[in-house]
Design a protein around this ligand. Structure first.
Ligand code: ZN
Length: 242
């Protein structure tokens, strides 16, 4: 079974279109999405409908839940809160209904999927070896998939040893060597210094995974952010991948 994993789309339709085109070329058996379809970005309805029609599994992220009002957005940063309020106003009933049916975690026979982490599926940022070790200790899944930090990661637990870290474009790993915590990176707002849209191809049959990056039309998403009066910083950070 070959699975494409995407996360943190954040209303960036140009990035999502580019990723879905790249995914289609690989003809995977399934598409899994780790949440945060909306928030920050200018095209929440289109992104939600694209994910709804393409994904076999989809989780809810903190931004999705914040926009729905399921969680409090008081803890959001200024730009995140401002875009959550804007998204609430423009979100169409179909998109709202789809998001309302999602959960921030899902365990399958092959992997545990969490928007943020097993112990805190909505909020915890897993960006250190310690946090990854704790996340792996909370599950028995051979592969733990997380999003939320917008940073592509591949961390391996083999016996007592923890290794790995950032997973830049074209990083390839062997799944059989131990238990893995993997973050595909973000489709719509990467924060690991590479502004290209990120996704992960998991090949369970061949026992390997590849971290992919795709160029997309950043300027068009930035223009849409400005047209809608969303905070300007949400546009500039896309160029930086930060
Ligand atoms: Zn996110």
């Amino acid at each position: 079974m070959r699975v494409a994993v995407i996360s943190d789309i954040h209303g960036n339709a140009h990035a999502l279109d580019a990723v879905l085109a790249d995914v289609a070329r690989e003809r995977p058996d399934a598409l899994w999405c780790l949440g945060d379809l909306v928030g920050y970005g200018p095209r929440p309805n289109r992104c939600t409908s694209l994910v709804a029609s393409h994904a076999d599994i989809c989780l809810a992220g903190n931004h999705d839940l914040g926009v729905l009002g399921t969680i409090d957005i008081d803890e959001f940063s200024h730009d995140a809160a401002a875009s959550a309020h804007w998204t609430r106003d423009v979100l169409e009933p179909e998109a709202r209904d789809f998001l309302a049916g999602l959960s921030p975690e899902r365990v399958t026979a092959r992997a545990g999927l969490y928007h943020a982490s097993p112990r805190s599926p909505v909020w915890e940022y897993v960006v250190s070896a310690e946090a990854a070790e704790a996340a792996l200790a909370d599950t028995t899944a051979p592969v733990v998939l997380v999003g939320h930090s917008h940073i592509a990661l591949a961390i391996l637990q083999s016996g007592e040893a923890i290794s790995g870290g950032l997973a830049p474009a074209d990083t390839e790993i062997e799944l059989g060597r131990g238990r893995w915590l993997l973050n595909p990176g973000s489709v719509g707002q990467p924060r690991d210094g590479d502004p290209r849209a990120a996704w992960l191809l998991l090949d369970f049959r061949a026992g390997r995974a590849v971290f992919r990056r795709v160029e997309y039309d950043i300027a068009s998403t930035q223009a849409e952010i400005r047209e809608r009066g969303l905070p300007a910083g949400l546009a500039t950070r896309l160029t930086l991948g930060a």
